[in-house]
Design a protein around this ligand. Structure first.
Ligand code: SMG
Ligand code: MG
Length: 381
């Protein structure tokens, strides 16, 4: 296909409730969507970067700038397939969430044009996926227990608690007491240091599915040391940026479970390769979340329908995040979410909702008068 126009759609979306992790609190998402118009039709993608560079280096403003200056010019007016987007963007180092958003939009256009859903394109095998909910750090332990009880009442059968030094053993003890049989796991977002190893080892008593990313992303050796002394499996999130990273971490014994996020690894196709590599080694994976809108959520749900995704995903129903999403909402059924079956991502972006939320749109197009020429980005709405 030939890409004729790319728009960056930026919209501030307030979260239903603030989400606190070991690195800070979020009350709204600075969302960046990609819209492409190709000769075969249109497609949408979502860049999963957040407003601040606290989860990883990338942040929305930086992703938008890199897209405008380098990534979009690398694909605009070019004849390509979605599978070639990553290579065309390869000169730019990093910025994986920006690349993932662009690839997603091109892939959506390609699959819509051929009438194939993303899930079937990737080799998905399930009509619905098991999901859980990720619960942020709350002002009090009572509020945490109340939130967890509420999500369990909604139907969620797996809960992930965010932990950090000073918010680990006590909150876990309270939640375990209230929910003795709940499938429970924790995520530290790299909040711990080597001196916390003894404390982390005591978390074995809570019968957790896994501990996610206790240490800094580069600390593979520390993770391996912890894994060797704990019964609870270690899962890596921030450490794994590629199939190569996944292989290295597994070889070193730094984890035995891998969290796969489309934005963190540079796109849904690299995410699929990590899944394949882990499956070949018999390593379970699961799909992480970055508080996506319906656009990114659709890609996550499709990905999580692949057979190697054996733990419940951090893909909750739309109402857990948004009062009004910008696509049709994903709804919970039991503790599952249905996999879209329509072509491409299988969701429709609600332009009216985007307008109501005050979205800004910047667009670059090919210049019909100059062979190979493009018009620079300008605000269009
Ligand atoms: O999308 O439900 C979601 C959020 C899941 O906890 C979640 N994501 O490290 O796994 C993680 C975090 C990253 C985002 S925290 C603001
Ligand atoms: Mg995580």
């Amino acid at each position: 296909m030939r890409i004729e126009e790319v728009s960056l759609v930026r919209v501030a979306m307030p979260l239903v409730r603030p989400f606190r992790t070991s690195f800070g609190v979020q009350e709204a998402r600075d969302v960046l969507l990609l819209h492409v118009v190709a000769d075969v039709g249109e497609g949408w993608g979502e860049c999963a970067a957040h407003a601040e560079p606290f989860y990883n280096e990338e942040f929305t403003e930086s992703a938008a700038l890199v897209l405008e200056r380098w990534l979009v010019p690398a694909v605009l007016g070019v004849e390509l397939t979605a599978a070639e987007v990553a290579a065309r963007c390869g000169q730019v180092k990093g910025y994986r969430a920006a690349k993932a958003g662009l690839e997603m939009a091109v892939l959506d256009a390609e699959l819509r044009a051929t009438g194939v859903s993303l899930a079937s394109h990737l080799g998905g095998e399930r009509a619905a996926i098991d999901v859980g909910v990720s619960v942020g750090i709350t002002p009090t332990i009572d509020e945490l227990v109340a939130q967890v009880d509420g999500y369990v009442a909604d139907g969620y059968r797996r809960v992930k608690l965010k932990i950090m030094p000073g918010w680990d053993v006590e909150p876990l003890r309270a939640v375990r007491a209230a929910q003795p049989r709940l499938a429970l796991q924790v995520d530290a977002n790299a909040g711990y240091r080597a001196e916390h190893a003894d404390l982390l080892a005591t978390l074995d008593e809570f019968d957790l599915l896994m501990i996610e990313q206790p240490y800094e992303p580069d600390e593979l050796q520390l993770h391996a040391q912890l894994a060797a002394r704990m019964q609870t499996p270690i899962c890596l999130d921030e450490s794994i940026l590629s199939t190569l990273h996944a292989g290295t971490a597994l070889d070193q014994g730094a984890c035995s479970i891998v969290n796969i996020k489309v934005g963190r690894v540079g796109g849904v196709l690299e995410a699929q390769r990590i899944h394949d590599a882990c499956r070949e080694r018999g390593v379970p994976v699961w799909c992480g979340g970055m508080l996506e809108t319906g656009v990114g959520r659709a890609a996550n749900v499709a990905l999580a329908s692949l057979p190697g995704f054996t733990f419940p995903a951090d893909i909750s129903a739309s109402e857990r995040y948004w009062r009004r999403d910008i696509t049709e909402p994903f709804v919970l059924s039991g503790s599952t979410i249905a996999v879209p079956t329509f072509p491409g991502l299988g969701v429709t972006v609600d332009r009216g909702a985007l307008a109501d939320l005050g979205a800004t749109v910047r667009t670059s197009t090919i210049d019909g008068r100059t062979p190979g020429g493009t018009r620079p980005f300008q605000e269009t709405r």
